[in-house]
Design a protein. Structure first.
Length: 457
């Protein structure tokens, strides 16, 4: 069937706008038949202690070995089964930047080392020496002026955090979720739609979609002008964006903003338990991505307690039941670790449900235009930094081929004689994620990075 093309002038008429209202865009010709892509988004979900290997690795029933296309979820990942065909899961993905120049694939400094390397792929010991991948993507897509009102969303309860600026300085997270809600969805810009009927609300959404297309044209025009003209036009655009937001007609307008019920679950002081904080943090991030308030978000999850363990006891269990720990051969301890991993993945699955349920201007799910990267500080409780239980969800407009289990070969060490063989450096995953978002880089982090992962395409 021939693909139907919607001309821009017809689209603007459908949204109640006209080409005459957009004199700045005459440079390109508003009436030309063009399609503007729906903006891409990226969501990083980061957690602390990893998952015990026997619980997350893909498998097949019986004695058959899992293959690239024939695989099933491990027990801890069972809740993600509905998203299997949208996932890419890895074997032998290593935190290569932390292993460079050393024969050890396990960090004596544990969590601080993993935190420094996980999203930067570049650190000296426990000190980051480069920016994190979320910052690079945000900085790059906003290089010619902000494309959204909030360039980057980062929320975490922890002071030990994975996000670093281009000067390798820690980025302060938003830890108070109510304050984050008010920053993302300010009351001063909110338009009351409580009295609108369905038809008027649909018209508002159509106007929002139309303005998204117009904004994309405007941004391209700005990038093509000399610097002085670009600054003058950008000032005009900023003012127009402010007006759009106040009216609720832009991609960052309030038509699609959540009300305060999204914050439900806090105690009288505004604090959440571990599970509640994870749910609200992800809900806020996804709402902001959906409304195009931001296009880059990082959410750090607390380790989620399970029955019989508080947070401290669960962390202790991760150490004792992994590697050579005293409970490493205890089936009950391994089962409890499996439940802990499952609790984290169930939270991720609910976030993916939200991304699937929300739709964008063409009626497609938000997840179709979003890359979700699930990563951790260490691979498992014995501080291993190899065979990371990481995965991605979403093909981001067909850029990635999903539904696959990629098993990277182990390679002999070139930097350390006699060291253990290594898998694919994790910095290459971040190169691929940046490329998927339109950021053209060939390497990320230190010399361990080799380039984008061609097998993901």
């Amino acid at each position: 069937m021939k693909k139907r093309t919607i001309h821009r002038r017809a689209f603007l008429r459908a949204g109640g706008l006209s080409a005459a209202a957009l004199p700045l865009l005459g440079f390109r010709g508003v009436a030309a038949a063009q399609e503007t892509p729906i903006p891409k988004r990226i969501l990083f979900i980061y957690y602390g202690t990893g998952i015990v290997p026997t619980q997350w690795e893909p498998r097949l029933a019986g004695s058959s070995e899992a293959t690239e296309f024939e695989w099933e979820m491990g027990p801890s990942m069972a809740s993600l089964a509905p998203f299997r065909d949208r996932m890419i899961i890895f074997e032998n993905l290593d935190m290569g930047s932390a292993q460079l120049g050393t024969s050890s694939r396990t960090s004596a400094m544990g969590h601080p080392t993993g935190m420094a390397h996980a999203m930067t792929s570049s650190a000296s010991g426990t000190e980051a020496t480069g920016e994190s991948i979320d910052q690079l993507i945000s900085r790059s897509i906003n290089a010619d002026g902000p494309v959204t009102r909030v360039p980057y969303l980062f929320t975490s309860r922890f002071r030990e955090i994975p996000a670093f600026s281009d000067r390798a300085e820690p980025i302060a997270p938003a830890s108070n979720l109510r304050e984050l809600y008010l920053r993302l969805f300010p009351e001063s810009l909110r338009v009351d739609t409580s009295g609108e009927d369905d038809a008027r609300l649909l018209a508002s959404r159509r106007r929002a979609a139309a303005m998204d297309l117009v904004r994309s044209d405007h941004e391209e025009l700005v990038r093509r002008l000399p610097r002085d003209a670009r600054l003058r036009l950008q000032a005009h655009f900023d003012e127009r964006l402010r007006i759009e937001e106040a009216l609720g007609i832009g991609g960052g307008g309030s038509v699609m903003w959540p009300d305060e019920s999204i914050l439900a679950g806090a105690d009288a002081r505004g604090n959440y338990d571990f599970a509640g904080r994870a749910e609200v943090s992800l809900a806020l991030a996804i709402a902001a991505l959906h409304a195009d308030v931001t296009r880059v978000a990082t959410v750090v999850l607390d380790d989620l307690p399970i029955a019989g363990y508080d947070a401290g006891a669960l962390h202790d269990l991760h150490h004792k039941a992994n590697g050579r720990g005293e409970l490493a051969s205890d089936p009950a301890a391994i089962a409890d670790l499996g439940r802990a991993g499952a609790a984290v993945m169930e939270t991720v699955a609910r976030a993916l449900d939200r991304l699937s349920e929300r739709t964008v201007s063409d009626g497609s799910p938000l997840l179709d235009h979003t890359l979700v990267c699930v990563c951790s500080q260490i691979a498992r409780g014995d501080h291993r930094l190899f065979n990371l239980p990481w995965f991605t969800v979403g093909n981001i407009d067909g850029y990635l081929r999903t539904g696959r289990y990629l098993r990277f070969p182990l390679q002999a060490r070139g930097d350390v004689g006699g060291g253990s063989p290594v898998g694919r450096p994790h910095g290459d995953l971040w190169v691929t994620a940046a490329n998927a978002m339109g950021v053209g880089i060939d390497r990320f982090g230190n010399a361990a990075s080799t380039g984008p992962i061609a097998e993901m395409r």
